[in-house]
Write a protein that binds this ligand. Structure first.
Ligand SMILES: [Zn+2]
Length: 82
């Protein structure tokens, strides 16, 4: 380690815009394409989730799959319990 952690002078990464628990601005580097680091990324104002019209059938299928797995789990449990 020679101390030169950043061989390139330019900072492609911006400083995190998050606020620490002390109320100061975070000094960490923001993640790429973000204004916040990993710790404060949930402080980022993001647009609300778009309505998932196409995803409705998908969640229904997931629900059915989950029910199926639960049923199989119960059956297996009962079989092994004697
Ligand atoms: Zn931060």
């Amino acid at each position: 380690m020679d101390g030169a952690r950043h061989p390139f002078k330019e900072r492609a990464v911006a400083q995190c815009q998050g606020i620490t628990r002390k109320g100061d601005q975070c000094k960490r580097d923001a993640k790429p394409k973000s204004s916040y680091c990993a710790i404060h990324q949930d402080q980022e104002v993001r647009p609300p989730d778009p309505p998932r019209g196409d995803m409705e059938w998908d969640s229904d299928a997931i629900m059915k799959a989950a029910l199926g797995f639960a049923l199989v789990g119960v059956i297996l449990l009962l079989r092994f319990r004697r």
